[in-house]
Design a protein around this ligand. Structure first.
Ligand SMILES: [Ca+2]
Ligand SMILES: [Ca+2]
Ligand SMILES: [Ca+2]
Length: 174
């Protein structure tokens, strides 16, 4: 198990370079075991330190992410705002690839930029999910629409229904 894990981590240099990050587009996504993904997710979202994620913790994170997407500050997220984020990340990723062969400052800068540009997780950020989250169909996502979707996601992840997401919700025998 330990060997396996070491191999996985060694194989995903980018993921290691950006410890704690796991944007859906990172290669690490498909190489980690479900339990490892769960562990990372919980670590990232648990702000109270009890190794559990409450709906409140998840909503707080998503609410922050919402603000980072809403670049024009009108309280709604448009498809253009999401696309702009994706584009910025693609460019940062390309710059990181170009800088990988270099050393020192340039490389660090590229990593910092990639980290900065990483699109935060947001329900509806995938083109196909957008319309579903946009409940009133006005073409933009409001904070309320995103919060409602977040609650649905939380309930689905909380497989044992105890109101918290923790390791118990990811074991195969629930
Ligand atoms: Ca906006
Ligand atoms: Ca809407
Ligand atoms: Ca639970």
């Amino acid at each position: 198990m330990m060997r396996n894990r070491t191999f996985i981590l060694g194989a995903t240099v980018l993921a290691v370079a950006l410890t704690g990050l796991s944007a859906p587009s990172f290669a690490a996504k498909n190489k980690l075991m479900p339990e490892q993904r769960a562990e990372r997710m919980i670590k990232r979202l648990d702000t109270s330190g009890d190794s559990k994620v409450s709906l409140q913790e998840l909503q707080a994170r998503i609410s922050n992410n919402f603000k980072s997407f809403d670049t024009n500050g009108d309280g709604e997220i448009s498809r253009d705002e999401i696309e702009a984020k994706r584009q910025a990340f693609r460019e940062a990723r390309k710059a990181w690839r170009d800088a990988r062969a270099k050393t020192g400052g340039e490389r660090d800068q590229a990593i910092a930029r990639l980290r900065e540009a990483r699109p935060a997780m947001l329900p509806g950020m995938r083109p196909r999910a957008f319309a579903r989250i946009d409940a009133d169909g006005n073409g933009t996502l409001s904070a309320a629409e995103v919060a409602a979707a977040t609650e649905r996601i939380f309930k689905r992840r909380d497989r044992n229904g105890d109101g918290m997401i923790d390791a118990a919700d990811f074991t195969r025998k629930v």
